[in-house]
Design a protein around this ligand. Structure first.
Ligand code: G4P
Length: 290
């Protein structure tokens, strides 16, 4: 078992997903386009077996478009899987969800007789409710983070060719992977009280140093970028006037400024994971095991 948090909820959810699986044709897995791996649940692939899967890279309006295209290619190469990139906030490309669900069921005997049936799954905060509401035009509101609440599953007609079950499968991320926690916390997808925000910010800054160093320089008017993420935080604090008595930099306020900038898109459209990073992370995890 990979996830130790919230075991009660998890077992309940897994049972709901297993039950619902028998009734649906496709799994609609919602991910945050900026962190497609950190916002996924590794058990999903195991749970769904050969069932066709639509990977929805949501929040595309905030993600690095080039990186998202590389993720699209990555998911296209997985078996039984097709990806789409959408923004449920701006409405961008939402139409593709129903179209690609149909494409995933191409060749099925029933395809000309009835609509495709789908189940939405995803970790909290990836945008499941927003997507369902945007797609259904708020025809149906029974969307909430309470798995197991609705005993009799109801179906929502999204289009003439797509129906979804109204009980979204709420899963949990792979919390014991430190980077997953840092990524989700950096983007505000898990509560700010759970992790040390200095460490979260340092992780994000180190990623930006690697891939988007110019953004840090431009946003904070740095003459040059320090190699040290803590030093960068101190400099952000200094630039933003986060000073305590005696001129000491208030690191917590500096962190708050930085995280707000990151989450509000003030550092530009960015992603905190690349398909290439994942290959390196997998290799590192393997090395650690031996
Ligand atoms: P969930 O059901 O998976 O838990 O996620 P939910 O729809 O509640 O969305 C979580 C947050 O993500 C919400 O923000 C929502 O507005 C935002 N969101 C969802 N999809 C998108 C998207 O495509 N782009 C952007 N930029 N944001 C998106 P919130 O801060 O919790 O609420 P609010 O900002 O709507 O008030």
């Amino acid at each position: 078992m990979q996830i130790q948090w919230f075991p009660g909820h998890m077992n309940k959810t897994i049972n709901i997903i297993k039950d619902t699986l028998t009734k649906v044709d496709v799994i609609i897995e919602i991910l945050d386009a900026r962190v497609p791996v950190s916002s996924s649940n590794p058990m999903i692939t195991e749970l769904i077996g050969n069932k066709p899967r639509l990977v929805v890279l949501n929040k595309f309006d905030l993600a690095d478009p080039d990186t998202t295209d590389r993720w699209m290619e990555y998911f296209r190469n997985l078996e039984h899987t097709l990806p789409v990139k959408v923004s449920s906030k701006t409405g961008y490309n939402l139409d593709s969800i129903s179209k690609v669900c149909k494409e995933l069921c191409h060749g099925a005997k029933w395809i000309d007789r009835r609509e495709v049936r789908g189940m939405v799954v995803g970790i909290p905060n990836v945008g499941k409710s927003t997507i369902i509401n945007a797609l259904s035009g708020k025809k149906k509101v029974a969307v909430g983070n309470k798995p197991g609440l609705t005993r009799d599953l109801q179906r929502i007609n999204i289009t003439n060719s797509l129906q979804i079950y109204d009980t979204p499968g709420i899963l949990w991320p792979k919390f014991e992977d430190k980077i997953v926690g840092y990524n989700l916390a950096a983007l505000g997808s898990i509560k700010d009280t759970i992790l040390d925000l200095v460490a979260v910010s340092r992780h994000a800054i180190e990623y930006l140093q690697l891939r988007y160093s110019g953004r840090l320089v431009a946003r904070y008017n740095f003459d040059e970028l320090s190699d040290d993420s803590y030093e960068i935080l101190l400099q952000i604090g200094k630039r933003r006037g986060c000073l305590q008595t005696g001129g000491i930099i208030d690191i917590d306020r500096a962190v708050a400024f930085f995280l707000k900038d990151l989450r509000d898109g003030k550092l530009g459209l960015l992603s905190l994971e690349e398909p290439d990073d994942m290959i390196k992370r997998e290799e590192l995890a393997k090395e650690e095991k031996f």
